[in-house]
Design a protein around this ligand. Structure first.
Ligand code: SF4
Length: 345
């Protein structure tokens, strides 16, 4: 991981890490220390992301053809995939699970999204709207006198896997392992109410709330929607409103295996983060999918990060309870080690 502070560009992944624990961000992105993460899930969904993007790039819009191309591409990627499995049966099962996920994608949204790409125009669609890892960015103006290096704006990068059309909307789609980190956002359809409270409570020093997953997703949505607006304007795609979807490709909770018939099936959930991000007041003022509360907090978090504010002690209890237990840096983190020593002593 590169030292993000050495450049003018941060990433939403970096912001998300910072929300969990500023020290974790420092260890990962400033000191460039490797965590102990198992990348197996990411490697597996990379196969699916590649296969789906190739299928969309082929221009196929009918279900059968889209499914065929995606399966063919998955077979090619799978042939070069060298994860160690305990047995031939396990490797075969994993491939069947990936194929079932592909089929569920095509059934749930694949044909609609392929048609949306075609609607945007073949040249544009095939050239600049299909990834994986299509870069987007948003330039965030920082509050005055909040950073040490006098920067007044910082570019924050994000990625989506493709961009499609849906009526008068431009839709960015990102494949993720699961939707678990969204917490209650999965089950809400409005900003007003629970989501607004969750967001503001996370930053309230008087509150015990600690919700870096959902809060990070809302900051990411702000960056992605702004990046989509920039892309829309650059490609002259009219005045479409922009939306952001996440689709989980490693969620096995809906997987069913019929060992007798030797079949594997699954279903796919799609999370529309636009609905929980947009607040009606800002939308009424700008006619854009924006949220003034989230956008100003994005600027404040970015400014804190740029100011090298990495000390976790001002919210230590919340970090120690929720972030330390699954942190990859416990063995080299002085804050954590010092707390353990205090506890033992
Ligand atoms: S061990 Fe705890 S304090 Fe240290 S970096 Fe990880 S989350 Fe932060």
């Amino acid at each position: 991981m590169s030292d993000e502070l050495g450049t003018d560009e941060l990433t939403v992944d970096g912001l998300r890490t910072y929300l969990h624990c500023p020290r974790r961000y420092e260890l990962a992105s400033v000191h460039d220390l490797e965590g102990s993460d198992d990348d197996t899930v990411d490697d597996r969904i990379a196969l699916l992301r590649g296969a789906i993007c190739d299928a969309l790039r082929s221009g196929a819009t009918d279900r059968e053809r889209l499914d065929d191309v995606a399966r063919d591409r998955l077979a090619t990627y799978w042939a070069d995939y060298d994860e160690h499995f305990h047995s031939h049966t396990q490797r075969r099962h994993e491939r069947r699970a990936l194929e079932a996920t592909l089929a569920a994608y095509v059934e749930r949204v694949g044909t609609d999204h392929a048609a949306g790409l075609a609607q945007l125009g073949a040249d544009t669609a095939h050239g600049e709207l299909i990834g994986p890892d299509l870069p987007l960015s948003s330039t965030v103006s920082l509050p005055e006198a909040t950073v040490a290096d006098d920067a007044d704006a910082v570019t924050i990068g994000a990625t989506v896997d493709y961009v499609t059309g849906d009526g008068s909307s431009l839709v960015g789609v990102r494949f993720v392992p699961t939707l678990g980190s969204l917490g209650p956002l999965r089950y809400r359809s409005d900003w007003e109410g629970d989501v607004a409270t969750l967001f503001t409570d996370h930053f309230d020093p008087e509150s015990n709330a600690f919700e870096p997953g959902p809060v990070g997703a809302l900051l990411e949505t702000a960056v992605v929607l702004d990046g989509l607006r920039t892309l829309r304007d650059r490609l002259e795609l009219g005045d479409r409103t922009c939306c952001y979807l996440q689709i989980p490709l490693a969620d096995r909770s809906g997987l069913t295996v019929n060992w007798v018939r030797d079949t594997v099936e699954t279903s796919l959930e799609v999370a529309d983060l636009t609905e929980v991000y947009v607040d009606h007041h800002t939308f009424g003022m700008t006619h854009d999918h924006r949220n003034e509360t989230v956008d100003s907090r994005l600027a404040a978090v970015t400014a804190a990060l740029r100011s090298h504010s990495f000390d976790p002690t001002d919210r230590w209890d919340r970090i120690a309870e929720h972030a330390c237990p699954d942190c990859e840096y416990t063995v080299c983190c002085q804050d954590h080690i010092a707390a353990e020593v205090r506890f033992d002593g």
